[in-house]
Design a protein around this ligand. Sequence first.
Ligand code: SIN
Length: 301
Amino acid sequence: MTTSTTAAPAVARASSRGSIKVAPLSCTIGAELSNVHLGAASRDAGLVAEIRALLLEHKVLFFRDQDITRAEHVAFAKHFGDLEDHPVAGSDPENPGLVRIYKTPDAPIDRYENSWHTDATWREKPPFGCVLRCIECPPVGGDTMWANMAEAYNRLPDHIKATIADLRARHSIEASFGAAMPIEKRLALKAQYPDAEHPVVRTHPETGEKILFVNAFTTHFTNYHTPERVRFGQDANPGAALLLNYLVSQAYIPEYQVRWRWKPNSMAMWDNRSTQHYAVMDYPPCHRRMERAGIVGDKPF
Ligand code: SIN
């Protein structure tokens, strides 16, 4: 039985935009583009405009066989905005903004990318999007998944939409990347990157879509405790925690997702404003080396 309250999505079919071939990979999110080279696109504003339109339409774009240089990777991403480094993951010294996400068998296993998240929502201005390239990957495993958070919002029951319409929530690097640090280091990280507060439902600045905007970086609602939502003070904390867990769990629903298997020189570009992603960590003790250009975004409203 289907419980969807929205019209079924249009049937996803392969098509072309200019010279670019577009093959949707699921009914709700993600398309593989072929007949396009991002090195050439880094020097072609017209091609970039076509890719930008496709990004807004499909939310995640995938590319194979992109034997491009790091300079071309950075130059392509910079068409969409300035790049940002990451306070915990290091960047390529010769290409600032190109963050290295390198996993090796001898490094301790960390647990940051294998949670459903929107990148860096602990910033006042979380990234617009990212361009990720696979340098090295295991023969099998290490896929990445994305979820369409506009569709997740659309399909919420109406009473939940009414409850969350004015809610705001806190997002924290301290409680995520900082949690395993010694206290002094954790507090220094928090002082440099104080928690951010964002609407629980944001509006996409280009498409006008409403987007469910809570994820693994979200710690709590900041304005839940009102007479409309809380009958007795005692109800406030469990009520808020249950609602936040329910909202965060919407990204786990397979109908909103697409899954991508990497090969060296495969690339993905995602709209970080309308998606979440999860890097599946089923491959240790293999090597997996990814390089990510994160593009500065704007303040969610
Ligand atoms: C990320 O979480 O931004 C990286 C995703 C990946 O390594 O597949």
